[in-house]
Design a protein around this ligand. Structure first.
Ligand SMILES: Nc1ncnc2c1ncn2[C@@H]1O[C@H](COP(=O)(O)OP(=O)(O)OP(=O)(O)O)[C@@H](O)[C@H]1O
Ligand SMILES: [Mg+2]
Length: 328
């Protein structure tokens, strides 16, 4: 039985905005086990980044209200002080983002940036030894000539190389969990494939658990063990990748999968999309939030918020079609 590293219970993220309170994450539950890669997929604006940032409390401090539990080794990170959180970020749980340029310091060499992060968590390590660890890390993420690149500034590197540096920075302190928010979206497809391969390699090598946000189902199929599908601030389906792709249950997941372009599809056939738009998360929502776009919607869907049903072991779907009252 694998160890549960992170247990998220009823997590809510609310942002204060000039138009009122925006309820971006609406009570999500999930866990991450040792050594697994979990994917989060969903349309733009469904709350993926807000949810993942909340795990290490990286949302804007003064306008974000977090509620629920983020249990890491039994402790609720939402109750930690800022100083305690600094001991968790990078050391226990690390994060990489879509655009490495905004996360790297342009005025510091890449080697010194990684060294600084390492020294913060391992202050007693002699500098020469820490430097060797950083060089080893740069080598591991596929940076050629690490000794030379140690002194390079971020702007002198290509986008793919910068993302590799970000990964080295995130992994230097051997965190237990790596949170990756669309790490390959800004890269072209060949580089994207290389970075995904690198994440897979690192996962195998170090056993780090990965939580990977993407809006790309093929990325999920390629790298993840389990997947969480988000819609309007909620997880509406979760299952192993095999199960989700072979037996999707929620109408939204079914439509997402049907929208993937296929090579064997006739060229004149239009690409499928999901008509309509997700709801505005400023409003409180009555009934199922996917109902206005759902072809299978029933009267009850407008009135009742669907609970999560366990359709099979480890396969959850939040759709009222699984409700005993609705099964025909
Ligand atoms: N700091 C913030 N202040 C106010 N609203 C925010 C803030 N961050 C996100 N939001 C809003 O919260 C909702 C969820 O945003 P989030 O960034 O989590 O979406 P996402 O699923 O990551 O989308 P994308 O795929 O485009 O990255 C959106 O309506 C967004 O406008
Ligand atoms: Mg996002």
């Amino acid at each position: 039985m694998k160890k549960k590293l992170l247990d998220v219970k009823d997590l809510h993220v609310r942002f204060s905005t000039s138009r009122g309170q925006l309820h971006a994450v609406r009570g999500i539950h999930f866990s991450i086990y040792e050594g697994e890669t979990v994917g989060i997929v969903g349309e733009s604006g469904c709350g993926k980044s807000a949810a993942v940032k909340a795990l290490t409390r990286l949302n804007p401090r003064y306008t974000t209200h977090l509620e629920g539990e983020v249990l890491y080794e039994g402790n609720n990170l939402l109750n930690y002080s800022e100083a305690q959180m600094r001991g968790v970020r990078g050391k226990e749980i690390s994060m990489i983002f879509q655009d490495p340029m905004t996360s790297l310091n342009p005025t510091m060499t890449i080697g010194n940036q990684i060294l600084e992060g390492y020294a913060q968590h391992f202050p007693s390590t002699p500098k020469a030894k820490a430097r060797l660890t950083v060089l080893e890390m740069l080598r591991k993420v596929g940076i050629p000539f690490p000794e030379e690149r140690f002194n390079a500034y971020p702007h002198t590197l290509s986008g793919g190389m910068r993302q590799r540096v970000m990964i080295a920075l995130a992994l230097a302190c051997e965190p237990k969990i790596l949170l990756a928010d669309e790490p390959t979206t800004a890269l072209d497809v060949t580089i994207q494939a290389q970075i995904l391969d690198l994440l897979k390699f690192i996962q195998k090598e170090t056993g780090t658990s990965i939580l990977l946000i993407t809006h790309d189902m093929s990325v999920i199929a390629n790298v993840c063990d389990r997947v969480l599908v988000m819609y309007a601030g909620k997880i509406i389906e979760s299952a192993s990748v095999e199960t989700l792709f072979s037996h999707p249950q929620h109408p939204y997941t079914q439509r997402l999968l049907a929208a993937i372009p296929r090579l064997d599809q006739p060229k004149d056939q239009p690409l499928l999309s999901i008509e309509g738009a997700p709801p505005n998360l400023i409003h409180s929502l009555k009934g199922c939030s996917f109902c206005p776009r759902c072809r299978e919607a029933m009267t009850i869907c407008k009135q009742e918020d669907p609970p999560t049903f366990e359709v099979k072991e480890n396969h959850l779907s939040a759709c009222l079609k699984h409700d005993a009252r609705c099964i025909r």
